[in-house]
Write a protein that binds this ligand. Structure first.
Ligand code: EPZ
Length: 428
């Protein structure tokens, strides 16, 4: 069992290079299955979800290797079309293999995916997209058997702009016969990154980043080299860390325009934000102001993945902030833990009302999902005393070297490893 020990009260300062995006790298790695030859993907973060994805690729018969941030995938000999239940359960994005496997083999066997428990997270839209292009789906004993006698382009109208369903629709349409139109698709930068990679491999996809994507099916994809975009949610995490600690932090290797819905809220909280082409600097002095409303929405709206981080910020700001979570129904699991640290938060359904307090205090708290875990570490950074955040396995899904990145910015955070009754201190 591992936990983070955070000694609070230190002002963060310095600069940090932001890691590659997990949510871009995952579908791009799945997409390499469609490619004949060796794909070279740079800027891939080293995370447990990525390791799980590489495990699935190997299980399907791909040859996979990694040299620091670069992953090589050769899928020429990949004949597998079935993902074992144990691998499916490890993470939600295992479902994005569905479109890629069907696209390359005409059949796939998967089961319901696992992942952070932040809501019901059905996969009906993924299956609807498959069916629209001629895939037959048979469900039984927890397994989904999908097959097609030939993928045919068509119109896919999503009732909600689901990120994963859009990715699966794009993947399955890439090698379908004819033209596919995906209406009301997700517009997240990670979708554009996936489409850019596929286009480099010879796909014909247009409209990524807009609400209608058009895919003109091609017979086959050739290999290509691609660098994953930087992680906008990780960037927002370190910006909030700078804000709540009254710090001065510069993030390098960022795409500031991916944070157009986030930066104005940090300014509303009273932070000074300076943006250059690929960097963002945040300076915070004095007590933060409340943020009137934080409303999560599909991109380009404010991201649900940054909501927990801003709950921590609102907890120590002056005045009352209101947070509305519109994407996932169970994404306030960090709230009772913040309350243990002295935060004043009331939730009702999808709304949280946060009455800012001057100081939080250290406590033992439990991470219950990825971003909630990061939000608790940030709370520890600005709290009085020591905070222990249990369950590091959640943050390990999405933050590369989290504690060392925070330490490089002057935070006092380390990982406590408990093994056979003995406690060891790792890092810093
Ligand atoms: C992606 O999840 C991200 N994960 C999530 O990141 C992110 O929170 C989410 O998009 C929203 O931005 C990856 O990219 C790997 P959705 P995804 O399908 O694709 C409902 C993080 O912290 N829905 O856009 O699973 C669903 O229940 C994470 O990095 C259906 O009803 O999200 C939810 O309410 C966690 N039916 C909403 O749509 C479906 O078939 C949005 O989900 C699919 C989704």
């Amino acid at each position: 069992m591992q936990s983070f020990i955070v000694n609070g009260g230190r002002r963060l300062n310095g600069s940090l290079r932001v890691q590659g995006s997990k949510n871009s790298a995952l579908p791009i790695l799945a997409a390499t299955l469609l490619v004949k030859g060796k794909s070279v993907i740079h800027n891939v973060p080293d995370l447990s979800d990525i390791r799980c994805t590489l495990g699935i690729l190997k299980n399907l018969g791909c040859s996979v290797s990694r040299e620091s941030g670069t992953v090589y995938v050769d899928s020429s000999c990949a004949s597998g079309y079935e993902i074992p239940e144990s691998l499916m359960r490890e993470m939600r994005s295992s479902v994005v293999f569905l479109g890629a496997i069907i696209g390359s083999h005409g059949k796939a066997v998967i089961s319901t995916p696992g992942g952070c428990e932040i809501g019901l997270r059905p996969i009906d839209l993924h299956l609807y997209a498959m069916k629209r292009l001629g895939v037959e789906v048979n469900e039984g004993s927890g397994r989904l058997c999908c097959s097609t006698s030939g993928l045919e382009g068509g119109k896919i109208t999503l009732s909600f702009p689901s990120v994963g369903a859009t990715e699966n629709a794009v993947l399955v349409a890439t090698t379908a016969k004819g033209i596919t139109t995906i209406v009301n698709c997700a517009r997240e930068p990670e979708i554009s990154d996936l489409c850019e990679f596929l286009n480099k491999c010879g796909a014909r996809i247009s409209g990524a980043g807009e609400s209608i994507i058009t895919v003109e099916g091609v017979n086959a994809l050739h290999n290509a080299e691609h660098s994953v975009i930087c992680d906008r949610i990780v960037a927002s995490t370190y910006l909030v860390a700078g804000a709540v600690s009254g710090g001065d932090v510069e993030l390098l290797n960022t795409e500031p325009h991916h944070l157009n819905s986030v930066l104005p809220l940090l300014e509303e909280a009273g932070c000074d934000i300076r943006v250059k082409c690929k960097s963002i600097r945040i300076k915070a002095t004095g007590r933060l102001n409340r943020i009137d409303k934080i409303i999560t929405q599909p991109y380009p709206g404010f991201p649900t993945d940054s909501q927990a981080l801003f709950t921590t910020l609102a907890s120590v700001a002056e005045g009352t902030s209101v947070i509305v979570e519109n994407i996932f129904e169970s994404r306030f699991k960090h709230v009772p833990e913040l309350v243990r640290m002295g935060a004043k938060i009331r939730t009702e359904g999808r709304v949280a009302v946060v009455e800012g307090v001057r100081r939080l205090y250290g406590a033992e708290v439990q991470a219950q999902d990825l971003r909630g875990g990061a939000a608790l570490v940030l709370a520890g950074i600005c709290a009085d005393g020591t905070t222990e955040v249990l369950n590091t396995e959640f943050t390990d899904r999405g933050y590369e070297d989290f504690e060392n990145c925070l330490c490089s910015l002057n935070a006092d955070v380390y990982r406590k490893v408990k093994k056979d009754g003995a406690i060891k201190k790792k890092n810093c």
